[in-house]
Design a protein around this ligand. Structure first.
Ligand code: ADE
Ligand code: ZN
Length: 337
């Protein structure tokens, strides 16, 4: 079997559907913003910042992740964060990206919702010149109250045209999807798409996946590879074309491994699995690094890699016309490479 080359992966058109914009804060930009905004982050060099990046599960990761956001203060900071990521997305041949953002991680620090979204949206508009088409997906922090989620959804309403859907992230322990059933109902009634994190190896993973799918009606599950423990749920997601946005490198930071066998098993069962970077500044790589690590370490075939890229457009929330356009771009690429 011929090995899938990095060059092939790099050139392949793809979508990214599981990317936290706050997770793209590279040490360089963190230091630059700390200086610009006079925020003492406790480190002054890139090496010192990187040394703080030590975690082995979701909770220890989040304990590093949230304090780093203190450097994000002004609309221009959110613009710079998003534009830097979108430049990298273009270089990774990402044609479409649905970007998670965590408004409560900022509003809880006194930063207005409008400051956050105006900066992110302006970067998205400017990135169109690089041929990257981007949208925003607003996540509720599941370790905050449902009242806080309700307030956040209300704050988002004046900006509804800039938001494609809602998600659920942060610490899953004792925070099942069902806690936010009402907010998901309200979001759906407002015309927003629905997804939710069901993180790796959580207490109650299978129950959480079931709640998200059967009660809350999500169209995608973020992570969710524990689903392989329940063949009926696997059949459900395969039959309903539910997307599963996996993140191999991220998995290897918060659990002992990439969950490559699970990803391959799901792919083999016809589940619409795609590969994403989650928080690339923290988890050692952008989307092409994730494709390459998975392909290398789990011997993916060229057809499997292509299927993953096709799935990424299929389970995105773009129009059917755009989906057909991007699939045709993949057809062209594979005919010539
Ligand atoms: N916030 C940022 N990345 C996350 C992840 N992988 N799981 C939960 N919350 C997150
Ligand atoms: Zn995530």
């Amino acid at each position: 079997m011929t090995k899938v080359t990095r060059e092939f992966i790099d050139g392949l058109p793809k979508a990214e559907l599981h990317l936290h914009i706050e997770g793209t804060l590279e040490p360089e930009l963190k230091l630059k913003l700390a200086k610009r905004n006079h925020v003492d982050i406790g480190q002054t060099t890139i090496e010192e910042v990187r040394k703080t990046y030590q975690y082995d599960d979701l909770a220890s990761f989040l304990a590093v992740y949230y304090p780093a956001m203190d450097v994000l203060q002004h609309e221009q900071d959110f613009y710079d964060l998003a534009f830097d990521y979108l430049r990298r997305a273009a270089a990774n041949n990402i044609r479409h990206v649905e970007i998670f953002f965590d408004p409560q991680a900022h509003t809880s620090r006194g930063i207005p919702f409008a400051t956050v979204i105006n900066g992110l949206h302006r970067a998205i508009v400017d990135a169109r010149a690089m041929n990257v088409d981007a949208d925003l997906v607003m996540c509720f922090l599941r370790d905050f109250s449902k009242e806080s989620a309700r307030k956040t959804l209300l704050e988002a309403m004046p900006f509804k045209d800039w938001i494609l859907g809602v998600g659920l992230d942060s610490d899953e322990h004792n925070n099942p999807p069902l806690k936010f059933a009402r907010q998901y109902e309200d979001a759906a009634a407002a015309g927003l798409h629905l997804t939710a994190h069901c993180d790796i190896d959580q207490v109650g993973s299978i129950d959480h996946i079931r709640q998200a799918l059967e009660i809350m009606g999500v169209e995608r599950i973020d992570h969710g590879t524990n689903i392989v423990e329940d063949p009926d749920l696997v059949a459900f997601v395969a039959n309903h074309g539910i997307g599963m946005t996996t993140c191999p490198l991220s998995n290897s930071f918060v659990s002992p491994e990439m969950k490559g066998d699970e990803i391959k098993e799901l792919l083999g069962k016809g589940v619409k699995v795609c590969v994403n970077s989650d928080d690339p500044a923290y988890f050692g790589g952008y989307v092409n690094d994730n494709y390459a690590a998975l392909a290398d370490q789990f011997s993916l075939t060229r057809d499997q890699v292509i299927q993953i890229a096709r799935n990424s457009f299929d389970v995105s929330w773009i129009s059917d016309e755009k989906k057909a356009l991007y699939q045709a771009q993949i057809d062209d690429y594979i005919a010539n490479n």
